[in-house]
Ligand binder design. Structure first.
Ligand SMILES: NC(=O)c1ccc[n+]([C@@H]2O[C@H](COP(=O)([O-])OP(=O)(O)OC[C@H]3O[C@@H](n4cnc5c(N)ncnc54)[C@H](OP(=O)(O)O)[C@@H]3O)[C@@H](O)[C@H]2O)c1
Length: 254
């Protein structure tokens, strides 16, 4: 029986790129997302190594149900927790309903899936789990506070869960992309070039080969991370400049 890797949020963006990359490397992927059409389109391209699995991972109970059903019907050797939601905007104007949706999607739902997967893999004494976190989990980026908090919460959770379970044959990894060119960031300006989803999928594949709990993706991310650690005020000024000056510059050009 084929050993599958579950990829959440496989209908577009980074998750789609991960599914494509892993299937091309010979893996069998089960891709979950709500947009059934997009998953079916991907299945047409990727063939029988890709299994579309329509499902809503917007709350812990929904995610838990989807996960139980998949684990009942399939042999699974790994999980890539990628699905996510960002509702950008100034914190002062943001609403508790928006904080809750982001915490539900980015923290509570993957937490429920992580727990199910750890229990399942502990019995097999083998398997890998990778989280697609974000540079925003470790560096402050304005206009995305609740998102960053939800990503930081899950990143901390998986690092802690890893200590409890990595001597049970389970390897844990996390990839922390910076700004990447997907639907999530289509309205976000950046002074540094956005990474491509494919470049993130390559980093995820590397992480899959050698799981590592702190894997930033490209040079821009490494530079941002280094700058923040060396001089947080300069880093904040640059990020603010990128957010405030760039849109005005673009407006002037249009
Ligand atoms: N883009 C960036 O700059 C960036 C940077 C750092 C980290 N990340 C992280 O990378 C991951 C992927 O982001 P992306 O940029 O590829 O975003 P995206 O293009 O908006 O894709 C998000 C994916 O998550 C799925 N998803 C969202 N809510 C869901 C739900 N309730 N149930 C099931 N699936 C759901 C979406 O599928 P459906 O809508 O079809 O359900 C879609 O496949 C996220 O965890 C994000 O936080 C992104």
């Amino acid at each position: 029986m084929n050993q599958h890797i579950i990829v959440t949020g496989a209908s577009r963006g980074i998750g789609k790129a991960i599914a494509e990359y892993f299937v091309r490397k010979g893996e069998h992927v089960i891709g979950i997302a709500r947009t059934e059409d997009a998953l079916n389109q991907l299945a047409l391209v990727l063939g029988e190594r890709f299994t579309p699995y329509p499902g809503d991972l917007g709350t812990s109970s929904q995610a838990s149900k989807v996960m139980s059903a998949i684990l009942k019907e399939n042999q699974v050797k790994g999980l890539i927790l990628n699905s996510g939601l960002s509702i950008p905007g100034n914190y002062l104007d943001s609403k508790p309903t928006e904080w809750k949706r982001q915490i539900d999607t980015n923290y509570l739902a993957p937490a429920a899936m992580l727990q199910k997967m750890i229990a399942y893999l502990r019995k097999k004494k083998d398997g890998k789990i990778i989280a697609i976190s974000s540079l925003a989990a470790v560096l402050p980026f304005p206009e995305n506070a609740a998102y960053a908090a939800s990503k930081a919460a899950f990143y901390h959770l998986i690092k802690t869960a890893a200590i409890e379970s990595n001597d049970h044959g389970i390897a844990f990894g996390a990839v922390l992309p910076g700004l990447t060119d997907t639907k999530m960031t289509e309205n976000m300006a950046s002074i540094l070039p956005k990474a491509s989803p494919k470049s993130v999928s390559r980093a995820v594949w590397k992480c899959w080969q050698r799981p590592d709990l702190f894997s930033v993706v490209n040079r821009s991310n490494q530079l941002a991370e280094f700058l923040y650690r060396m001089n947080p005020p300069v880093f904040s000024r640059l990020v603010k400049m990128s957010k405030n000056v760039l849109p005005r510059f673009k407006e002037a050009l249009d």
